[in-house]
Design a protein around this ligand. Structure first.
Ligand code: DC
Length: 230
């Protein structure tokens, strides 16, 4: 492996498995991993904790006033080696993965001032390169000059099935149909919002993993990385 550090952007639909891929790749090549979706989820949790979402409506003015007080960071859990998300120094990793947060996160992430604040933090995290960041706008907005851009996709049914199994494993009793509906709804909002909609960067490589095993995806990913750093 060469010493040249690059920036890697992994974008794609929700539950496409991009976080698992990004996490694995970062560990494999000794890069920092940053989960930008977790940051939008943490802002959403902040809203729910501070009565900034009432009757499904976001208090935009209220959030705007407080956005400067939201500090998001990542830290590795020494026991299991997994990266966890902190909101103002409180570990919120578990709370931000619930279906409640998934249901509110898309509207929160459509807000321009929220995106500006988070993009700034993300660009700071990537200043030294050697980072794998996953999200929706990493290759288009956050790191438009990333050397390696990957756009991950899979059918909504395959993605809903994956999330369903994941939640079942965690003991969350949720119906597959509800998850499928959430996946489709988020796809729609993510692709159609005015601010930084989800779209493939012109120079991104597409990976449709609907019918690929995890090992096949890993092998493919590593090959893309090696080609860029050779
Ligand atoms: O990847 P995820 O499902 O944890 O992301 C949660 C939400 O955050 C998703 O519905 C869209 C939004 N998001 C975004 O708008 N931009 C990003 N870079 C990452 C996530």
């Amino acid at each position: 492996m060469s010493d040249k550090k690059i920036t890697i952007a992994l974008d794609g639909f929700s539950s496409s498995g991009k976080s698992s891929m990004a996490k694995w790749l970062a560990k494999q090549i000794g890069y920092v991993y940053a989960d930008s979706g977790a940051m939008y989820r943490a802002v959403t949790l902040f809203c729910l904790q501070n009565n900034l979402i009432v009757n499904d409506v976001i208090d935009e003015e209220g959030l705007k006033k407080q956005i400067g007080n939201i500090r998001i960071s990542f830290s590795t859990n020494a026991e299991n080696g997994l990266q966890e998300t902190y909101l103002n120094d409180v570990n919120v990793e578990k709370e931000i993965r619930t279906l409640l947060i998934s249901n509110y996160v898309s509207p929160v992430s459509t807000l321009k001032f929220v995106r500006e604040a988070l993009v700034r933090q993300q660009q700071e995290m990537g200043q030294k390169k050697g980072i794998v960041m996953d999200g929706r706008d990493i290759g288009t907005v956050v790191f438009p000059n990333a050397e390696l851009k990957i756009f991950v996709t899979a059918t909504p049914e395959v993605r809903a099935e994956r999330r369903f199994l994941e939640m079942q494993e965690k003991g969350d009793a949720v119906a597959y149909e509800d998850i499928l509906e959430n996946v489709k709804k988020r796809d729609y909002i993510d692709q159609n919002r005015a601010e930084s909609p989800l779209r493939k960067a012109d120079d991104a490589i597409v990976l449709d993993n609907s019918h690929l095993t995890i090992d096949e995806q890993r092998e493919w990913l590593l090959k893309q990385f090696e080609e860029k750093t050779r």
